[in-house]
Design a protein around this ligand. Structure first.
Ligand code: SF4
Length: 241
């Protein structure tokens, strides 16, 4: 672990852009487990892994569990997750002894239907994501110093410039994206080699898995994220703008 080459950040509300830029350059020279180890040393216990239990998140969970005996992992439970995803969460509990924290809106699906009408996701997915994902996430990240995500640069055009670390001005904490340089192949190579459990839907044509009504399988050769909010302009749930 070559963390002695990287600067140690103070519990700074908002590090200067210059400090962040230098840090980004230094972290780009480390390999991915070193980046994860650096994040742990720098920020734990005020570090949380945001997980949708997709393939990338499972890589990070596995890497984090190697350096941090009880990593803090949370997931956004919209009430519309696939049964396979919920089953994977049980598997994670059993295999790693980790208890992922469930983060959710107090608004039940029934209450949402009463207030906003049936199937809000099909009429105004931005508002649905705002209620069921963005607002609970915003509350959950308060008081933390850093969050870690499995974003990769080759997932979408908008993600192409994603830095390995940045100060997230939207949620007011550091955001660490250790897998930015990885490809889809790298992810699955790791999962298989390290025998990490993953969502069986990935083997059924779902590269990216979100909520039931907004996720479809994609055919080989199609844009891997085209199965999310298929047929709509939307490509992000508003967590990674
Ligand atoms: S992904 Fe779809 S169902 Fe899930 S919160 Fe967003 S709009 Fe609603």
């Amino acid at each position: 672990m070559s963390s002695h080459h990287t600067p140690s950040l103070q519990a700074d509300e908002s590090p200067s852009p210059k400090v962040m830029e230098r840090l980004t350059q230094q972290l780009e020279c480390l390999d991915t487990p070193e980046v994860v180890g650096w994040a742990f040393e720098q920020y734990a216990p005020h570090l949380v892994l945001a997980s949708s239990f997709g393939a990338e998140d499972m890589v990070l969970l596995d890497m984090l569990a190697r350096v941090w005996p009880s990593p803090r992992v949370f997931y956004l439970d919209t009430g519309l997750l696939y049964p396979q995803t919920l089953h994977l969460i049980d598997t994670v509990r059993a295999k790693y002894g980790i208890h992922p924290e469930c983060v959710a809106t107090p608004l039940s699906l029934e209450q949402q239907a009463q207030q906003y009408g049936d199937a809000l996701w099909s009429r105004d997915p931005d508002q649905c994501c705002q209620i069921r994902k963005v607002e609970p996430l915003t509350r959950h990240l308060q008081g933390e110093r850093a969050w870690m995500t499995g974003i990769r640069r080759d997932q979408t055009l908008a993600r192409r410039q994603t830095p390995i670390v940045a100060y997230d001005t939207r949620f007011h904490l550091t955001k660490i994206n250790p897998l930015v340089r990885w490809t889809d192949k790298d992810v699955f190579r790791y999962l298989v080699k390290q025998e990490v459990p993953y969502n069986p839907l990935h083997d059924e044509g779902y590269p990216s898995i979100g909520c039931l009504p907004c996720t479809k399988p994609v055919t080989p050769g199609e844009d891997p994220r085209s199965g999310r909010w298929s047929g709509q302009e939307k490509t992000e749930c508003g967590l990674h703008l």
